[in-house]
Design a protein around this ligand. Sequence first.
Ligand SMILES: Cc1cc2nc3c(=O)[nH]c(=O)nc-3n(C[C@H](O)[C@H](O)[C@H](O)COP(=O)(O)OP(=O)(O)OC[C@H]3O[C@@H](n4cnc5c(N)ncnc54)[C@H](O)[C@@H]3O)c2cc1C
Length: 390
Amino acid sequence: MCIFCGFPAKGAMTAHILYILERFFEDDAAFSVPIGGTSQLGETLQRGLEKFGGKLQMNTHVNEILVEDGRAVGVRLKNGKVVKARKAVVSNATPFDTVKMMPQQEHEPKGLTKWRNDLGTLPRHGAISHLFLGIDATGLDLSNIDDPAQLVIQDWKKSMQDSQNLCSFFIPSLLDKSVCPEGKHVIHVYSSGGEPYEPWEKLKQGSPEYEAYKEERVEVLFKAVERCIPDIRDRLEFSIIGSPLAHEAFLRRDRGTYGMAWAAGSSAPQAGLLGKVLPFPFPNLKTPIDGLLRCGDSCFPGIGTPSAAASGAIAANTMTHVDNHIQLLREASKKDDMYKFLDPGILGEVYKPLVQGFTPSSELRSERFSRGAGVKPVDHNAAAEQSTVE
Ligand SMILES: Cc1cc2nc3c(=O)[nH]c(=O)nc-3n(C[C@H](O)[C@H](O)[C@H](O)COP(=O)(O)OP(=O)(O)OC[C@H]3O[C@@H](n4cnc5c(N)ncnc54)[C@H](O)[C@@H]3O)c2cc1C
């Protein structure tokens, strides 16, 4: 079973398995948590974004991706405001949520209708149930737990995709005392991404039936933690259940899905040119709409944060000059010895003339950059200085 992609060994992509195994078996492999809590990840990304003049807007629900003459020109927000795109619109929502932002237009190209149907009906994993706990840790000896993250399988004979069989729990306060008051622990327990959504959608949130079903489905999550902390229920000071409906609402993933589920071995619909020569199990980041790109964990090598990060880099590379790719790799390789391998060296110079005509992708070149195949690189240092002055 490949935990990230949600498939058993058959169906998991080799690339996915390889990078997980490589990291797990490194000599100094260790579990890490962001000191100060998960919000630190977002705040770090925000700092990087703002350093280069970007702006993060919270509570900014996109209702529609605006298309004019076959080109994505911006987005319309839920509050009616329009945000115009200077170069491109990049959707980080799942494919299922992205196509909802593109209502069918009269006389639209057939390719667009097919793309919308293909992406909207891709197979998907089930949802996830969560249990968030705060416990009194007085006298609690957790020396029997050698890792703050545990995977619990109730019955090895049953499917690991069964949400009543496989679950994980994680005690971040074992590594970072700052995430809760002294003498307490916080625990996040969650099912596999195989929780069926159908029974949940029939229930009304807040109704007695809904509350009872929540209790019933997370009983297995409590039992998993009891294997390590037998008196967990006596120690409870706080507990909240996150149902698939809550998962859907907070993470804004259609039907609370863990993610897209195209098994390795054949090409997914809309896989692009690569999919014609290799069994590439992801739809292309590019779309039939010029200037509309996708990124996120439905892209290579999904699911998980590595694919979210890698696909973001691919989308960014698609939009910018190859000189910027090479410059960024060189800068990163100098930051720490462990990144030395990123230095493209002489290969960078060989690679540049080969791809110069394709980066940025031709449909993404605005008038400003339109002259010649060689498109102007961005001066990162100037961009950083400018954002500091502002
Ligand atoms: C319980 C759990 C445990 C996990 N554990 C791991 C792990 O240990 N390691 C790992 O690598 N991965 C793990 N994953 C998977 C990983 O979290 C995801 O694959 C990753 O976060 C997906 O990132 P993303 O950017 O593609 O999508 P998301 O994080 O889903 O981001 C999409 C964003 O788009 C926003 N959005 C959606 N629709 C709109 C709209 N209309 N307008 C504006 N914004 C919108 C959403 O609000 C959201 O912020 C786990 C997932 C879960 C649920």
